[in-house]
Ligand binder design. Structure first.
Ligand SMILES: [Fe+2]
Ligand SMILES: [Fe+2]
Length: 444
């Protein structure tokens, strides 16, 4: 009897030790996963990473991230391996892109308001008296049954909710549906703390950049947030193709893909220093106005002269070089950014400012030049109507080797299938003809 008792104690001790080892292994895995989060600035990419890693930790078949926006829970990220196998495009299912009121009566609403995790291993047996119920509307629309659901708050350090993470249907080694363990909830709560911290950082950065773009838009109604977003999306797609063709090392590629969209959004930030009368003038600019307009490059670059983060550096390169031309005929050329004076060692024989040419122009400047000019051609501007897409592409091809880096144009042509999608996703606001602007007592 005592031997059996001893054996039982031994087994219990072993299983506790195994559990503890397993827990430590999983904490280490969490550490590895979250160490990458802080380097991802783009919120959508970050949430995709957060959800994928959370599903890997719990071996869940599906998961969703909802964001709290304007008092609603907004479907922000969703993954479902089962639906991916049976539906061509699960994002076309009706429940995608649907927002929900934040209410204690739903699992996600309850968790967002209570800021505590909630694990339900069988949604069909939630007690009728419970404050929350599983909303079966999504299950009915998709024919996918969410049987086990773990819902966790994504809250800031001072417990302000940003949203909730929902993990659905954990699978066992045999691929069959199983239950969440107690350890799952502890591990995932710990994980969500780091995830929310990274999300808050990304949201802060996105909002700062959006506000800058709003300021530019308030000056020039056609240099809108939509234009900046289209240029950023196209430039990123061009770099993705260019870097994969060139075999750029994956770490470097991911770093640039993370920074370039933000830098490209800010390419015309210097326009806040250009008078509205010049920015919105219909028709051609005279020589004086043209010089003022071209001044936006140095004005923008000066905003980044004393900043040294990798994002600042790439933003400065984009701003400074996006109007240079491959053939050396662009601007501002080889000048001192602070004063605009020609750099003596780079000046022409007569002391003239020389344009940068070829690979003297930064790669990011060359890429944004292509994206910016294509976008200007294919959309209305104060001085012209929108060109039809075929003509705009033709002009880009003709300018390869003159205005643009031929290799960058090649990558632009390789990704041209996304041009319509970008245009539809980020349309310009309705056009309002510019009103007369009065400055310093003068009508312009
Ligand atoms: Fe510009
Ligand atoms: Fe632009």
């Amino acid at each position: 009897m005592s031997r059996i008792f001893f054996w039982g104690q031994f087994l219990e001790k072993m299983s506790l030790e195994n559990m503890a080892k397993n827990h430590v292994d999983r904490l280490n895995e969490v550490g590895r996963m979250v160490s990458n989060f802080n380097s991802v600035f783009d919120l959508a990419r970050l949430m995709e990473k957060i959800l994928t890693s959370a599903r890997t930790l719990t071996k869940c078949e599906a998961g969703t991230i909802y964001l709290l926006r304007g008092g609603k829970l907004v479907f922000a990220q969703s993954q479902n391996d089962y639906l991916d196998r049976i539906v061509d495009d699960p994002t076309g299912l009706p429940f995608f892109n649907r927002n929900m009121e934040v209410s204690r009566s739903t699992l996600s609403g309850y968790v967002a308001l209570e800021r505590k995790p909630l694990t339900i291993n069988d949604t069909s047996s939630i007690h009728p008296g419970a404050p929350y119920q599983h909303f079966t509307g999504f299950d009915n629309e998709s024919s996918y049954v969410c049987q086990a659901i773990m819902t966790l708050p994504l809250a800031t350090d001072d417990n302000e909710p940003l949203g909730v993470l929902q993990l659905i249907n954990p699978l066992g080694e045999d691929g069959l549906l199983t239950c969440f363990s107690e350890d799952d909830e502890r591990i995932l709560s710990f994980y969500c703390g780091f995830a929310a911290q990274a999300m808050e950082k990304s949201m802060t950065m996105n909002s700062a950049i959006s506000h800058n773009v709003e300021i530019i838009s308030s000056q020039d109604p056609l240099e809108t947030r939509a234009h900046a977003t289209r240029v950023a999306t196209l430039a990123t797609a061009i770099y993705r193709h260019w870097s994969s063709k060139r075999g750029v090392n994956e770490d470097k590629r991911l770093r640039v893909l993370n920074l370039l969209p933000f830098a490209a959004m800010l390419h015309d930030v210097g326009k806040i220093y250009v008078p509205k009368s010049v920015l919105t003038k219909p028709g051609r600019l005279d020589q004086r106005e043209r010089a003022i307009m071209e001044g936006h490059v140095l004005a923008g670059a000066r905003m980044y002269v004393d900043s040294f983060t990798p994002l600042d550096e790439i933003t400065r390169e984009v701003i400074l070089d996006h109007h240079e031309r491959w053939d050396g005929q662009g601007y501002p050329g080889w000048v001192d950014v602070a004063t605009g004076a020609p750099l003596p060692e780079k000046s022409g024989p007569d002391g003239r400012i020389m344009g940068k040419k070829g690979e003297e122009i930064s790669l990011y400047g060359r890429i944004v030049a292509v994206a910016d000019v294509y976008d200007a051609l294919s959309n209305r501007r104060a001085y012209k109507e929108a060109f039809d897409q075929t003509l705009a592409i033709q002009i880009m091809e003709q300018e390869s080797g003159r205005h643009f880096d031929p290799e960058v144009v090649e990558s632009f042509l390789a990704v041209k299938s996304i041009l319509n999608r970008i245009k539809n996703l980020y349309p310009d606001p309705p056009y309002e003809p510019p009103k007369p602007v009065f400055e310093s007592g003068q009508a312009d």
